[in-house]
Design a protein around this ligand. Structure first.
Ligand code: DLL
Length: 433
């Protein structure tokens, strides 16, 4: 099942020719309609007509989160307000919210992108799409909703929370596709098991999970707990929201909708483009958006690109899963630490669940880092020897991977709060001193 064969299965030459044509017009449009970006281009002496090949994109200046902050709320808007039919926003980790304006043309592009992703899940107009991403300024709920409507499916606009009601609707309305964050999917799977419901009693066939990084072992747990095939969906508000890329049934990277969003990978230090297969920062240029188009927007997400025809038949370039964000990195005792490294360690211990929290603090002028993690259901907490031995083994493994000492605090299962949206894994108390 392929939504748009012409675009998703195009040969490389056709795709490149289309991208170049769209890139030229997008740069000309931006230059004409966004004075801030035109000034940036003038500063480096590049004119729209200098873009003659796809590689010439590297002449163009980047846009960053900081550029959005400077232009808050809508300084990068390229269309008159009368043409803006929707505002979406994301808070980001620091500073001002990022506010993006969508024209009807932009909503059509977004709907097309998400529809392609939903189709990759084997879902069509006979199916019920259960949307448990949050609705509102966050793009998850309304983005999945728009894609499901574009496919012609029946949409259940559940939004997040009230997990018991989610499960009741899932059973009674025979939901086929669940859309939510992977951490909320785990929460739902846990509640399904607790309610004594077997996965085969649900009609669910697939899940479309994204908005936060997740691992293969989280995928395995969700697939087993809900009896579904899990798909990864990637996107960001600045570029459109969910649907920029989605994984197909082969689970071998996410197909980027590259006729709509042009990807590059750069070295975040030198800002030079990196070849396929090398890990670096993902950069996107929107091809055809008119509300808040973006040229060479630095996502801060770390991944690599992979070209070549997929076994599913699609030829679009694929991105690996996101390993983390350049701004996710914690510096603890001078050492760079990524939250995903903790998940890699937790994955190795079947005595643990994937519910964890990292606490960074500063005591007596020295940084401390502690991992709070839950024991798997049914494990005896009062077996002191077992708990101490497990704690030692986790601490040793963490030291090997992180190169710094980290305290581990084991908790009873069901102690940490469950996620309903994007999971918050890190609490850095050093900022509040
Ligand atoms: O999270 C859009 C979205 C909603 C994507 C629902 C998928 C599903 P923002 O709130 O602007 O938009 O956050 C974007 O989330 O730069 C990544 O760091 C992270 N992210 C999004 N999808 C994935 C994913 C939405 N599949 C930021 N894997 C991005 C890992 C993801 N990280």
């Amino acid at each position: 099942m392929i939504w748009n064969k012409e675009m998703e299965c195009a040969d490389r030459e056709t795709m490149r020719a289309l991208q170049l044509e769209k890139l030229k017009s997008s740069v000309a449009y931006e230059y004409e309609h966004v004075p801030y970006y035109a000034a940036k281009m003038d500063e480096v002496g590049v004119k729209p007509e200098d873009i003659q090949t796809l590689e010439d994109i590297s002449f163009l200046p980047f846009l960053t989160k900081e550029d959005l902050a400077v232009n808050y709320p809508m300084g990068l808007l390229a269309a008159p307000m009368k043409d803006i039919v929707r505002i979406q926003s994301s808070s980001g980790t620091t500073g001002k919210p990022k506010i993006m304006g969508f024209t009807q043309n932009d909503l059509d592009i977004w709907g097309e992108a998400v529809a392609r992703g939903i189709t990759m899940c084997g879902i069509g107009d006979n199916d019920v799409v259960h949307v448990s991403y949050g609705y509102g300024l966050f793009t998850g709920g309304l983005g999945a909703h728009l894609g499901a409507e574009t496919v012609g499916a029946t949409v259940l606009p559940m939004s997040t929370g009230n997990t018991a009601r989610q499960i009741m609707f899932m059973q009674d309305m025979k939901s086929d596709l669940l859309c939510c964050t992977p951490s909320y999917a785990l929460t739902i799977a846990e509640a399904v098991a607790k309610a004594g419901i077997k996965p085969e009693q649900l009609q669910l066939r697939a899940g479309l999970f994204g908005a936060e990084p997740w691992t293969q072992s989280m995928r395995d747990k969700i697939e087993e707990g809900l009896g579904i095939k899990a798909h990864d969906i990637y996107g960001l508000t600045e570029i459109t929201g969910p649907g920029v890329a989605t994984s197909c049934e082969m689970n071998d990277g996410m197909h980027i909708q590259e006729d709509l969003f042009y990807p590059e990978i750069i070295d975040p230090d030198t800002l030079k483009p990196l070849p396929d297969g090398e890990t670096g920062e993902l950069v996107f240029t929107t091809l055809g958006k008119t509300g808040t188009p973006m040229i060479r927007y630095r996502t801060r997400d770390i991944c690599y690109l992979k070209r070549g025809k997929c076994l599913c038949g699609r030829t679009t370039v694929r991105m690996s899963r996101v390993f983390g964000r350049t701004d996710d990195m914690l510096i603890v005792k001078g050492v760079n630490v990524f939250p995903s490294q903790f998940e890699t360690v937790i994955d190795k211990f079947e005595e643990l669940t994937l519910n964890y929290k990292i606490i960074v603090d500063r005591k007596h002028n020295s940084d401390t880092i502690e991992l709070m993690v839950e024991l798997a259901e049914g494990l005896e907490f009062d077996d002191i020897d077992f708990v101490e031995n497990l704690k030692d083994r986790i601490e040793r493994t963490l030291r090997d991977i992180l190169q710094i000492g980290c305290k581990v605090r084991l908790l009873n299962s069901q102690t940490l709060p469950r996620s309903e949206g994007k999971a918050v894994r890190v609490e850095d108390r050093r900022k509040f001193e």
